[in-house]
Design a protein around this ligand. Structure first.
Ligand code: HAM
Length: 428
């Protein structure tokens, strides 16, 4: 038998209702902030991700699903590992930045060739937000405040901890990078294998190493905060001041560096202790250089290309659902409220009754079984989870009535045919 690929999961009907519920709460909050929805392709040119996320990141180096298509010459393509690169490509390509400051959100599957475990999959789903056009710290604070409201609406407010850091500007980070490499080069022998490799490829990632011995070495290392210029510092302080004014608690984590290269200034993560090692539920930050960097591809004069400030985040929906299940599970609703059973000889009248009911009571979910025997249909009704079964046979049709069975008590009675049209007679 052919099975699903490792790390690619089916979301079955007993789970999908929770997904829809989660997605509707998140979309509602986004609407309350005036953010607009955008739908982006799942496949993009590999180069887009390599340039945006960074050639020396784990995502681009090890985790991309890349392939070539059948065009001549073949184009290197990749399944998107994240949404920011595609969103930036789209706003540039469609001139959405001209005279406007789009605030966009997207939702959908992302793909990374990671080792699957609880909370980490090869196909996973993100809801992401990208806010363009403001270099000011209020844009950072607004996004964080919005996620804060999302946790509130999902009953997760007490499970989330906000970690913040500032990565400063590129030149500040470069100066820090040199200082860090100089400090660690002498002590290479004491570094774990991954960090040793990163010393030449992506030294800042050493800061979030999980190895205790590496963390011990870092205690005495130069600090990124000491390399920030006045502008970066003021920006970071203002973000913190806004959050304090909004009553949103946070911790500064000087080792928070993120796994994608496009960030500058503010970075943040919402973490929980309820999900073991896959603790980050939502993460993001500012990326003021990315629009300019992607715009300048193929142009000879980099300086002529104006960037556009931006800030964004993405949350992992599987992780959010695991967390919701751990703390306040979403009650499972049965797939139907009313089950209509009709004698095979008057089945057509049964279909008409169910159809009319769906028109008159859009608040109800009405199901029928196929035109088998009454007994077989009643069995289906028993299993359906419906609160009420409507039974229609010749006698009922002659009398303009229906029989109704309360599925909880088993009590059955005959009522007028239009009984369910009166909303008070049956409330879901
Ligand atoms: P990221 O930190 O790579 O950031 O991913 C964001 C979130 O996606 C993570 O915090 C996690 O909840 C979820 N996630 C990532 N990988 C997996 C996986 N293999 N399985 C399950 N969940 C996963 C980004 O993707 C950036 N594009 C966020 C952003 C938007 N920054 C600015 N704008």
């Amino acid at each position: 038998m052919i099975k699903a690929i490792k790390g690619f999961n089916d979301i079955l009907p007993d789970q999908s209702a929770k997904w829809l519920h989660l997605e509707s709460i998140l979309a509602d909050v986004l609407g309350r902030y005036g953010y607009e929805h955008i739908r982006l392709p799942i496949v993009e040119q590999t180069d887009l991700f390599a340039r945006a996320i960074g050639g020396a990141t784990d995502i681009v180096e090890k985790e991309m699903y890349s392939f070539t298509d059948k065009s001549e010459p073949p184009t290197p393509l990749a399944l998107r590992p994240e949404g920011t690169a595609g969103a930036v490509r789209a706003v540039i390509e469609h001139n959405l930045l001209r005279g406007d400051t789009p605030k966009l959100w997207y939702i959908g599957p992302m793909f990374r060739y990671e080792r699957p475990q609880k909370g980490r999959y090869r196909q996973f789903h993100q809801l992401g937000v990208e806010s363009f056009g403001s270099a000011l710290p209020d844009a950072d604070a607004e996004l964080i405040a919005m996620t804060h409201l999302m946790w509130q609406e999902l009953g997760l407010k007490d499970e989330m901890r906000l970690e913040l850091n500032s990565l400063g500007e590129l030149d500040e980070r470069h100066a820090y990078r040199e200082a860090l490499v100089a400090y660690l080069t002498d002590k290479q022998g004491q570094l774990d294998e991954d960090s040793k490799r990163r010393l030449t490829t992506n030294p800042l990632r050493i800061l979030d190493s999980k190895e205790a011995s590496t963390q011990a070495l870092l205690a005495e290392a130069p600090k990124l905060a000491e390399f920030l210029g006045a502008e970066s510092k003021a920006h970071f302080e203002q973000v913190q001041a806004y959050l304090t004014a909004l009553g949103i608690e946070f911790e500064i984590n000087p080792h928070l560096v993120r796994g994608l290269d496009y960030y500058n200034k503010t970075v943040f993560e919402w973490v929980t202790d309820k999900l073991g090692s896959q603790a980050t539920v939502c993460a993001g930050g500012r990326y003021d250089g990315l629009v300019g960097q992607l715009k300048s591809i193929g142009t000879s004069d980099d300086k002529a290309v104006k960037s556009e400030p931006a800030v964004g985040f993405a949350m992992g929906l599987e992780r959010l659902l695991l967390l919701i299940d751990a703390v306040s599970p979403i009650a499972e609703l049965p797939a139907c409220d009313i089950f209509v059973v009709a004698h095979p000889e008057v089945y057509s009248a049964g279909i008409s009754y169910a159809q009319a009911l769906r028109y008159s009571r859009p608040d109800l979910r009405v199901k029928m079984a196929s035109a088998t025997s009454l007994k077989a249909q009643m069995k289906k009704a028993d299993k359906s989870g419906a609160a009420l079964t409507v039974i229609i046979a010749q006698q009922e049709l002659d009398d303009n009535t229906i029989s109704i069975k309360d599925m909880q008590t088993g009590e059955q009675k005959t009522v007028a045919q239009d009984w369910l049209s009166t909303k008070d007679n049956f409330v879901r």
